[in-house]
Ligand binder design. Structure first.
Ligand SMILES: Nc1ncnc2c1ncn2[C@@H]1O[C@H](COP(=O)(O)OP(=O)(O)OP(=O)(O)O)[C@@H](O)[C@H]1O
Length: 275
């Protein structure tokens, strides 16, 4: 299918014929692609797909952490820090204080200590963690650790934020609160976001666009634009159009999840299947 584009604008991220294989010979795994995708400046793009279809691999390629085996990814960024990634395990360091964790990317960029501290404290304040600057992550709740990871990624002011199932381990209430906070921050800072989730509901609540991937090797098989104004409220979840879109996405995904499940045990609620 044709990648999503807006005429006259250059996409922030442009992926063309991206493939990735791991291993060699009989043990080779074709994990991804060929995959085409354009992500526009300021867009919040959610990716859903069966387990093991290459979603994390694609994020890591966009982040520059993994090389594609074929094709190319172009990230149009003017700043020194084009992309920041929040991995599935949050990636925060238990031996560093909350402040030092949030300052980490700035230290790597060699931002002077005073300015880095001020910027890190500002992000801690924005995410409700101002009182925990000197705490160690082990003393924080899951939701607070997740906020530290978000603050750390946003502190470097990336042009593209890459999030790999960031809220999967959180309870439903906290998940909703952090979804709202993340959306508000991304909109205020015009940050482009690429967000991987197993939850169709989450994808519809957050996404300007929901991209559906096939079973491994992951390709884009469909995309939908949730037709809801922002800010999106809890009431939207009860709207008939919400349920209809969730069912439509599940129909698109069902076969792919079954195909993926033929090779591996599927999770209990693989993609937020509507009940
Ligand atoms: N470093 C690696 N070495 C070997 N195989 C890998 C490596 N990274 C990923 N794979 C394989 O590539 C495939 C895609 O993995 P990936 O983690 O990208 O999928 P995913 O869609 O993010 O899965 P999930 O939804 O379960 O997190 C899987 O079969 C995985 O085992």
């Amino acid at each position: 299918m044709e990648p999503h584009t807006t005429p006259g604008t250059a996409p922030k991220v442009r992926a063309r014929a991206v493939t990735r294989t791991f291993g060699h010979g009989t043990r080779q795994v074709h994990a991804l692609g060929p995959l085409d995708m354009d992500i526009q400046h300021g867009e919040f793009c959610c990716i859903v797909g069966p387990s093991g279809c290459g979603k994390s691999t694609f994020l890591r390629i966009v982040a520059g952490l993994v090389r594609p085996s074929g094709g190319e990814v172009e990230l149009r960024a003017g700043r020194r820090h084009p992309a920041a990634m929040i991995p599935q395990d949050y990636g925060i360091y238990d031996w560093k204080t909350v402040l030092a964790n949030v300052r980490f990317g700035l230290d790597v960029q060699r931002v002077p200590r005073k300015a880095a501290d001020a910027r890190a404290r500002d992000w801690l304040h924005r995410l409700g963690l101002a009182d925990f600057a000197d705490a160690y992550p082990a003393t924080l709740s899951g939701g607070m650790r997740q906020r530290v990871a978000i603050a750390r990624a946003l502190a470097v002011e990336p042009e593209v934020l890459l999030l790999d199932e960031p809220f999967a381990a959180l309870d439903a209430q906290l998940r909703t609160i952090l979804q709202d906070e993340l959306l508000a921050v991304c909109q205020a800072t015009r940050t482009t976001a690429l967000f991987v989730t197993h939850s169709l509901e989450e994808a519809i609540v957050l996404g300007d666009r929901v991209v559906v991937m096939s079973a491994r090797p992951g390709r884009v098989i469909a995309e939908r634009h949730p037709p809801f104004d922002r800010p999106r409220t809890g009431a939207m979840r009860r709207a008939p159009r919400f349920a209809a879109l969730q069912s439509e996405l599940w129909e698109l995904l069902r076969d792919e999840v079954q195909r993926a499940g033929a090779g591996a045990a599927a999770p209990a609620d693989p993609v937020g299947k509507p009940s």
